[in-house]
Design a protein around this ligand. Structure first.
Ligand code: FE
Length: 339
């Protein structure tokens, strides 16, 4: 019998060590786990593009933002989530305030996303813009009579205005941003004027408000433009027109859908790569176009359907104010009887 040489014994021992490392520690593919308040059809196309480019898998859970934030809170350090995606700066701000997010100082994000659309402390970033603008009945309103959000408080619109309920964060953010721009006393006067002009009780959602306008139950309302896009795609003959207010002063009220990295995410580098990818030219159109929104990067042209609504000047006050002044906005709307 041949005695194995020292060299071959060393080699076989080394092979055994290497083999046992592979056997005892399964090799995980790189992945990112996302909690998303945006529904699957609005996020999957970007995640697929990211996986195709990097090989990193994206797993996701969708739910409403309240449930996702409560879950992050409860899971604490044990959360599997690396990223939170949600709509409205008010929600992103609330997640940041609750300590659920961590800052990410990225030159790529700072270059791709204008300053007013991201948190000054780098804890969240806008990824698509939604514009909250005036929609009017084209058979009943001459657009030359329209001018500003503030003007909707003028008695000439008495019994002609429909509004969505103040319980929705979209209107809370709108009023919060008006407080940032005009101060509380002036904003209270304006919102009080809106309430005095209401033709109906506040409505459950933006689409319903436009249906009331189209049916002639009121003449105008304020909604996010993607709801207008969806409704007009379903019924292009509706007598509804889009108007961009405040073009001579503060600009159109905008908000974002966006994302932040979770404080206790485990796949930090992969999550950072995904967030930067979502702000890139190749993902921006996907992210905005799937919901008829606007890219945050001003150098990227929106979807043709959206572009056809015309260019507008947007408000440039930092959207952090939508969160900071949200409680004040809610109290103000309650005081003036905006339900
Ligand atoms: Fe919405």
């Amino acid at each position: 019998m041949q005695i194995p040489s020292l060299k071959s014994r060393i080699i076989s021992t080394l092979l055994w060590i290497i083999l046992s490392v592979f056997i005892t520690s399964p090799v995980y593919a790189e992945q990112v786990v996302v909690y998303s308040a945006r529904i699957e059809q609005l996020i999957k196309p970007m995640f697929d593009a990211f996986t195709q480019r990097t090989g990193i898998k994206v797993r996701y859970t969708t739910d409403n933002e309240g449930a996702l934030m409560a879950r992050l809170q409860a899971e604490g350090k044990n959360t599997p989530a690396d990223m939170l995606i949600t709509v409205d700066a008010g929600n992103l701000w609330a997640a940041s305030q609750a300590g659920l997010l961590r800052p990410f100082d990225s030159q790529i994000l700072k270059t791709n996303i204008p300053e007013h659309l991201r948190a000054p402390d780098d804890e969240w970033f806008g990824l698509s813009i939604r514009a909250r603008t005036i929609i009017y009945n084209t058979e009943k309103v001459d657009p030359a009579d329209l001018s500003t959000y503030e003007d909707l408080a003028d008695p000439k619109w008495k019994n002609r205005l429909c509004l969505r309920t103040s319980k929705k964060v979209y209107n809370q953010s709108l009023v919060a941003m008006m407080i940032a721009e005009h101060g509380e006393a002036e904003t209270e006067k304006i919102v009080k004027g809106w309430v005095a002009n209401l033709a109906t009780d506040p409505l459950s959602d933006d689409t319903r408000a436009m249906e009331f306008v189209a049916a002639g139950r009121c003449d105008l309302t304020v909604v996010n433009t993607y709801y207008y896009g969806r409704l007009m795609q379903k019924d292009p003959n509706l007598p509804l027109g889009i108007f961009w207010p405040n073009q001579k002063n503060g600009g159109v009220h905008i908000n974002v859908s966006g994302a932040g990295l979770t404080r206790y995410g485990k796949n930090q580098q992969a999550a950072e790569a995904l967030l930067e990818f979502l702000s890139s030219i190749s993902a921006q159109n996907l992210f905005a176009d799937v919901n008829m929104e606007y890219p945050v990067n001003p150098n990227i042209v929106p979807d043709p359907v959206v572009a056809a609504w015309g260019k507008f000047k947007q408000n440039h006050i930092n959207l952090t104010k939508a969160g900071e002044l949200q409680a004040e906005a809610v109290k103000l709307m309650d005081r003036v009887g905006y339900r």
